[in-house]
Design a protein around this ligand. Sequence first.
Ligand code: GCB
Length: 630
Amino acid sequence: MDKFKIIFTLSILISIVCGKGMLYPRSSEGRQIQSLDGMWNFRIDDSPTRNEGFDQKWYSRPLSITGAVIPMAVPSSYNDVTEDKNIRDFVGWAWYDREFFVTKEWQSRRLVLRFDSAHYYCIVYVNGAEAVRHNGGHLPFEAEVSNMINFDGPNYLTVALNNTLSPTTLPPGTISYKTDTSKYPEGYFVQNLQMDFFNYAGIHRHVRLYTTPKTYIDDITVTTTVDIGSNVAYVIYDIQIIGDQAVGLTVELLDSEGVVIQGAPTSNGTLKVMNPTLWWPYTMNSGVPAYLYTLKVALDGSDIDVYRLPVGIRVVNVTSDKFLINNTPFYCHGVDKHEDSDIRGKGLDYALIAKDFNMLKWLGVNCFRTSHYPYAEEILDQADQQGIVIIDESPGVGIKSYNFDNQDLLNHHLEVMSEMYRRDKNRPSVCMWSVANEPDSDSANSVNYFKSVIGHTRQLDPTRPVSFTSDRDYSNDKCVQFVDVIMINRYYGWYSDTGHPEVIQRQVNTNFLEWRKLYNKPLLVSEFGAGTVAGLHMEPSMAFTEEYQIDVLSQYHQAFDQHIGKFLVGELIWNFADFMTAQNPTRVVGNKKGILTRQRQPKAAAQLVRNRYNSMFHSSFKRDRRLCYL
Ligand code: GCB
């Protein structure tokens, strides 16, 4: 067992993140993409040392030669794909491999291998040699593999993936070694989680090989400003090129019909846009919400690189009592979500993404938080295109007071915020960063930790507000002082006063006013809800029935209505849908606070929410019509 511990710790120390940019792979005149998704070979290393894979160098030969393999879908979590409890609840190294071929036409190209996310700690081998390793799920990593590819025969891609959560991972966790042999077998250990969702593991998103020319566009950063009064916007861009720095380039801004409206020949600058069509949440503009321009960057020469980046022109500001998008007050009527569904766990699924966005629109949701980790880029694409505001949350969930003094954890958290910013910085839908969920923000040692994480995030991105969600009280939270918008998670009528929804309004009002007395900042309720088993009914209501969820939510709604337009800037229901958790006596095959089932069918409360949210934005169209159009 010691060996297992040592391997994991060493791996973390030598983790690397390659490259500066992390542009989403897009094919173009200069770039091609080969998907490596599909059915891979798979095996868990449940040997007594949990280290047989490295001892026997499983990466040096096809996995099927060193032992038995089963087929495993990529992308998907591996946990719920089989009937094997050992695989579902596995902790340690899981191994994947597959064969692939590369056309000789790509021999002169730069080849990049990109994983959009693999949870949690990942080492990637190409033809037996290490290509890249990455520490953390939910975020992409890539490596140039041009010199590792065999163009004359098969290539092997092997992945070793460890899902162990430790005091230096995000989310943090611990392993308990059960040494009492009167109760547990030799070598028994369990993973302790500090969060309320199943620790799904696997290659969760796309795996792709893509090409670029040798001189290539490594990164593009775009910010936008809007001068509402004079009907002018500015697109400020900065392009990083790697390779021949003398190469010329053309930058063009195209409207949604592909017409060039502005251009420049420099790698950084400002494009002035007269009469801009702004990016709006769909609830703030019934005409053309979520309008996207395209920034087309093309390098000169015979072997050109071309990259097209969607750009939404919008500006976000926060005052002492308002959240402003394009200088217009935005009220977030939304939900918290999870990447979670039957069979695939946290694996990317286009049908699920389409269904979820249809459901979000059906409910009238205009905003969601990526609780409790950054979601797939394909999900954020839909938010950009459909005009849904995103509060982009890091995997910093459940950080306890005993974690704050761990310098390695803090360093990792700073790195994760940098990776998140690098990935999502150009997205108009991302309107706020949430650096953590429900940390022990009342402990003295949380102060320096959050001063540092929030300060770092603000330094990376001065254009978006930064926050975290607090479940502490106004009287003892020590870190809300650093945020731009106060986000609080509240469970009156559920974790306290269970069965008494009649006290919710009073408690919400008292609490809001206390926060307001202390801080002159806008307030957003980032969680409230009640556990509800679909199909369970009782009148009068009781906890866990569909009637009780309605009673609880409507009490919150009535309380919120007294503060909308004052300092309350949003409400997020916990949760959009039921989701899987670890087994625990307070969870009945998962967390049931969804207003939808895990299969995305509405519980009775979904109708209540649908009526409320739809009427909110239909009336806001009338109220704000003048402001919504320039
Ligand atoms: C919370 C957490 C969320 C849990 C939820 C609950 O405060 O932020 O992760 O799932 O409560 O249902 O207990």
